[in-house]
Ligand binder design. Sequence first.
Ligand SMILES: Nc1ncnc2c1ncn2[C@@H]1O[C@H](COP(=O)(O)OP(=O)(O)OP(=O)(O)O)[C@@H](O)[C@H]1O
Length: 286
Amino acid sequence: MVERNTPPTVEASLTALAVSLRGVTKAYDNGITALGPFDLTVRKGEFISLLGPSGCGKSTALRIIAGLSAPSSGTVRVARHKGSVQPGHVQPGHVQPGHVQPGHGIGFVFQEPTLMPWTSVRENVRLPLRLARVPKADARARADEALASVGLADFADAYPRELSGGMKMRVSLARALVTDPEILLMDEPFAALDEITRFRLNNDLLALWRRLGKTVIFVTHSVFESVYLSQRVVVMTARPGRIQADIRIETVEPRGEEFRTSAAYSDYCRRVSAALAPSYSGQSTL
Ligand SMILES: Nc1ncnc2c1ncn2[C@@H]1O[C@H](COP(=O)(O)OP(=O)(O)OP(=O)(O)O)[C@@H](O)[C@H]1O
């Protein structure tokens, strides 16, 4: 079913929305139905996490929001610019041409930093601007600014092989931010990092989010990480992924290490774990 006739009252409130998915499903050619029907509304400037068991369709949902994959059915609306969500929908069966070109309002950070090993950190970060044909001097300044925002101002001329895993992920984040997107999609970006590095990147990401006011949709397997970072944790069912629970995390802002060790944090982690448990029922725990 494709939703085409959104009631006017809902349409008006969409001006405050960054992302709206309605009845979205995804069936791959191999017959696997990965997602849905999936409904998700994300307000501008919100930080939400998608949490769910392996294979429940989290990456599929992100890829559909990014326009990298077309839904099999349903409606996808994404605010790519400073204004309201775009009236154009991604229709089932095809992806709009140019839907996810760099500079079109979405930054994507993958689990692997996927840096080009043969060129400098600055050139890696500048890539989306090169593809968007931004003049070199301007692109260089913007790449350096993005690198400074992730604490890597001194590493612009370094090569990826000279960086730690955490630093590579910072470069990947700078590359996603360099086009100043409205929305940042992050697919388990810190999963491969050690815990201390991960905590540090969590704090730096929160600081960036507060400063830049981006909408962030963050995919993770970690209850602890989702509660620490997000204003809302959206818990998904096992495949095909649907919404199991939508839990608002309310605490004193800005968050910091005091929150991580607080009773409120433990309580939220317990609540989110309890909401997640049914998604794992019937699955092997090995
Ligand atoms: N391109 C594809 N073709 C066929 N099946 C796919 C494709 N991409 C994903 N799938 C299947 O769809 C289901 C959902 O995959 P997806 O990667 O979205 O899940 P996920 O929740 O992100 O998993 P994980 O947490 O392990 O990364 C899985 O069963 C996967 O095998």
